[in-house]
Design a protein around this ligand. Structure first.
Ligand code: Z5A
Length: 211
């Protein structure tokens, strides 16, 4: 049986990496094999493209190129990792996927939804996440958490209104499709956030207990 495809999304410092471990434990506990991955990246080529995309010393990159590089990495990621794992029956959990392009390039950079949607249709065909877990946080709190890690990457150096637009784009998508999006208030402590994710998975019949 084909596996399910879950993604973790949210602006910087929302806690995606922190929540990944608990999410994997929950899905494995429900008896599924899990393949974790991330974007941009997830393949040899994708990680090289990630290096370029996040390099703070890179000469200026226009938004269209940023979007196309995200989808170039994504096309390789889908062909090399995501589709084979789903076909083999594994559940794929990706730290970011196409919702990030709608949020950052569509919203943050102002490219709008239509161009992102056109690339989504071309590169992904019918592939969409079964569930998008959106960790929602205000940019001030998110960036405060993220800077604790040290040097900021190229995208993290953007101004606060960029992240505000990205957050709003994420929220609009979640509010338009509440069955396929689990919108989680990520300002709570990590255990509470993990519990909210477990409850959301169980309510959608993706895992067992509602506990
Ligand atoms: N990007 C894009 O523009 N378009 C696309 O299509 C895609 C991506 C796919 C890299 O993403 C960049 O790529 C990203 C969007 C862009 N740009 N930026 N900026 P990434 O996911 O690799 O990088 P990130 O978003 O910067 O990840 P992050 O800052 O590591 O965020 P996180 O994974 O959500 O947070 P975390 O590492 O779990 O937590 C950060 C800190 O907060 C850490 O010290 C934790 O201990 C702490 N934390 C976590 N949860 C909590 C709670 N609940 N309370 C208190 N403290 C917490």
């Amino acid at each position: 049986m084909r596996g399910r495809f879950l993604t973790l999304e949210g602006i910087e410092g929302a806690g995606k990496s922190t929540q990944m471990e608990a999410l994997v434990a929950e899905v494995e506990g429900a008896g599924h094999r899990v393949r974790t991955t991330r974007e941009p990246g997830g393949t040899g080529l994708g990680e090289r493209l990630r290096g370029l995309l996040l390099d703070p010393d890179l000469p200026p990159m226009i938004p269209e190129v940023e979007l196309l590089l995200m989808f170039a990495a994504r096309a390789q990621h889908i062909a090399e990792v995501i589709e084979p794992a789903l076909d083999a029956g594994a559940w794929v959990i990706s730290d970011r996927f196409t919702d990030a392009s709608f949020a950052y390039q569509g919203g943050g950079r102002g490219l709008g939804d239509a161009r992102v949607a056109a690339l989504e249709a071309w590169v992904q065909g019918e592939l969409r996440p079964d569930l998008v877990i959106l960790l929602d946080i205000d940019p001030e709190t998110g960036l405060q958490r993220a800077v604790q890690r040290g040097r900021r990457d190229r995208i993290e150096r953007e101004a606060m209104d960029f992240f505000q637009r990205a957050r709003e784009a994420y929220r609009r998508r979640a509010e338009a499709d509440p069955e396929r999006y689990l919108l989680v208030d990520a300002t709570a402590d990590p255990d509470t956030v993990a519990q909210r994710i477990r409850t959301g998975l169980a309510q959608r019949g993706l895992t067992g207990a509602m506990s």
